[in-house]
Design a protein around this ligand. Structure first.
Ligand SMILES: Cc1cc2nc3c(=O)[nH]c(=O)nc-3n(C[C@H](O)[C@H](O)[C@H](O)COP(=O)(O)O)c2cc1C
Length: 187
């Protein structure tokens, strides 16, 4: 199984990364990692949009700018690790989404304009940790889940979290230990 690990963790001792490692350990697969902090993917601009449109009009899907979309479309399973920032996730994950949302690679418009996902994976796992309690504000996962299921055709998603980590008096070690112990990946 070819697992694509999209790492949107920023801090050196990231707790989200620690929790994601537990998920990856439970998967019996070959893991390919995209470390978004290292990739430094830029937001779409007028220039990059025009370049992309030109390549797509030529059906030049092998061009390097589509490499993330191809990797995403070809993975058997996708794991996303992203800290809970401003009720969602770091902006570099949105830049990655802009880079992979490519008509003809990750999705297409079928009959009557209906979106059809083109990704091979049937599951995406999303991992996050938060300083406060996420409660009903789970916008990062909610958004990724909507994209996975409606745009990319990845039917199943699963969510793992540790929250309340930065609250004064919180026992960070035991919150993390509990979250790690509760990781139970269903494939
Ligand atoms: C830029 C930034 C924004 C954050 N926004 C929130 C937030 O909206 N809600 C929250 O509960 N915690 C927030 N936090 C705290 C983080 O969610 C928390 O520290 C998390 O565990 C960080 O993950 P990491 O250890 O993987 O870096 C924020 C932290 C940073 C640095």
């Amino acid at each position: 199984m070819n697992v694509l690990f999209i790492d949107a963790c920023v801090r050196k001792n990231s707790r989200t990364h620690r929790l994601a490692k537990e998920v990856l350990q439970q998967l019996n697969g070959q893991v390919t990692e995209i470390n978004l902090a290292q990739e430094n993917i830029q937001p779409l601009s007028e220039q990059s949009l025009a370049k992309r449109a030109e390549l797509l009009s030529q059906q030049n899907y092998d061009h390097p700018i589509f490499r993330y979309a191809r990797q995403f479309a070809q993975a058997d399973l996708i794991v996303v690790a992203a800290p809970f920032w401003d009720l969602s996730f770091p902006a570099m994950l949105k830049c990655f989404i802009e880079a992979i949302s490519i008509v003809g690679i990750t999705f297409r418009y079928g009959k009557n304009g209906k979106i059809e996902g083109l990704c091979k994976a049937d599951k995406l796992i999303y991992v996050t940790t938060a300083g406060g309690y996420i409660d009903e504000h789970n916008f990062g996962y909610g958004y990724i889940k909507a994209l996975a299921t409606t745009l990319f055709g990845v039917k199943k998603t699963q969510f793992f979290k540790a929250d309340g980590l930065d609250i004064i008096g919180a026992d960070e070690a035991s919150i993390m230990q509990k979250a790690i112990a509760e990781v139970d990946v269903n494939l």
